[in-house]
Design a protein around this ligand. Structure first.
Ligand SMILES: Cc1cc2nc3c(=O)[nH]c(=O)nc-3n(C[C@H](O)[C@H](O)[C@H](O)COP(=O)(O)OP(=O)(O)OC[C@H]3O[C@@H](n4cnc5c(N)ncnc54)[C@H](O)[C@@H]3O)c2cc1C
Length: 365
């Protein structure tokens, strides 16, 4: 690399922007290529859950590092980025994940009795299930985070689609994008569903399983509650074993989705076009049964691609070759701050560490 490292990031979703921030912190010259509206891919829409609970203790540690950086960013950008409303989890994973959180130490997660749920989630029907709360978790203010990081990147953002990434004999990496041909010392590909195509050009083949997903947002009836926790309901008490939900800023609405995704086939198309509507209808039916504090007619919807790795829905890994690093995984919003730092380190030649695919980061054991 040259004295002032010149690094390109492809994709201005939360992962690319967090990586750009970490590279700027290291003094790199950073160009971020984005073919659409920054933050409008998988990172689109308001609210994501920040939770510490994972099946893999390494992901718990990564979440802890990320939580600290989210706080750092709140100070630096002067805006709330994760609410302090907590995350309530219901069902069998509570018994599996609570010991992992306890072993990690210092995370404000604890079991709660069923009659305490209402204090965290006043929009929910009463339920008899194992329950825990992660009081250091909360709703990520996604649009505020994207806005702050886009400002941080400033003129480094190039509004163009990258067509090719090619290592040259001079040791640089050539990027060809719309009206640009440029040489960089290193390229980090954070292009979400566009990552696999660019990775193949440099001989890398992340085993991404492309799927599609839908989540709807429902208005809170009456005055917004002062506290409205995020929810992960695996209890089955209301007919579904994989539901997640997060409030939007001001707690006036609540975004609810099933963790389930729908199949995407060859050529990247949804196999059954009715499947997304069916998933959406099940989420609405869940709202009618479990969340009487919400109006069951949605006020907003978010469709997106899901780029999961085979070993876990929370899995993440990076691959490297010839001056290029590519990253893939799912449920990455919460982990983007720590992930960005790890990818910046990789771009500076410090290795992939636990992002090495052989680590299977996110796997249960
Ligand atoms: C409804 C929903 C709910 C979710 N819930 C949670 C949650 O609660 N907690 C959590 O942590 N995560 C959650 N996730 C997952 C999380 O949002 C994603 O993992 C994360 O946003 C991925 O960010 P990214 O930057 O990797 O990808 P993206 O946001 O998809 O960014 C990739 C960018 O690359 C650009 N791009 C692609 N190809 C090219 C190219 N050739 N040239 C230039 N630009 C290109 C795209 O336009 C896009 O902007 C959820 C996702 C969705 C959709």
């Amino acid at each position: 690399m040259s004295d002032r490292n010149d690094v390109a990031v492809i994709g201005a979703g939360i992962v690319g922007l967090a990586t750009a921030d970490a590279l700027l912190e290291r003094g790199a010259a950073v160009t971020v290529y984005e073919r659409g509206v920054p933050g409008n891919g998988q990172s689109g829409g308001e609210s994501r859950i920040f939770r510490h609970a994972h099946d893999d203790p390494r992901m718990v540690e990564m979440a802890r590092r990320s939580r600290a950086i989210w706080r750092e960013w709140e100070q630096r950008f002067g805006v709330e980025l994760v609410s302090d409303d907590g995350v309530v989890a219901l069902g069998p994973p509570v018994d599996e994940r609570l010991p992992i959180l306890d072993a990690a130490g210092g995370i404000a997660a604890r079991r709660i009795e069923a009659d305490a749920i209402d204090g965290w989630l006043p929009v929910m029907s009463s339920v008899d299930a194992s329950a825990m709360v992660d009081a250091d978790g909360g709703a990520i203010r996604t649009t505020a985070a994207i806005r702050a990081l886009v400002e941080r990147v400033g003129d480094g953002l190039v509004a163009d689609e990258v067509l090719t990434v090619r290592p040259t004999s001079r040791g640089t990496v050539e990027v060809r994008a719309g009206g640009v041909t440029a040489q960089h010392d290193h390229v980090v590909v954070c292009a979400g569903p566009g990552t696999s195509a660019l990775a193949r050009q440099v001989g890398l083949h992340p085993p991404v399983d492309l799927q599609a997903h839908v989540r709807s947002t429902f208005a809170v009836r009456g005055d917004p509650p002062p506290r409205l926790a995020c929810l992960q309901d695996s209890s089955g008490a209301f007919g579904e074993t994989g539901v997640y939900a997060a409030p939007t800023p001001g707690n006036r609405s609540y975004a609810v989705g099933l963790s389930e995704t729908v199949e995407v086939g060859e050529g990247g198309t949804v196999v059954d076009p009715a499947s997304l509507a069916a998933l959406d209808e099940r989420a609405r039916a869940y709202v009618r049964r479990a969340l009487p504090g919400l109006d069951p007619d949605p006020v907003d919807v978010r469709h997106c691609w899901v780029t999961a790795l085979p070993w876990s829905d929370d899995g993440v890994a990076a691959w490297q070759g010839s001056g290029v690093t590519v990253v893939a995984g799912h449920n990455l919003f919460k982990q983007a701050p720590a992930l960005g730092r790890a990818l910046a380190a990789a771009a500076f030649g410090e290795g992939l560490g636990e992002l090495d695919p052989a680590s299977r980061l996110g796997a249960a054991d």
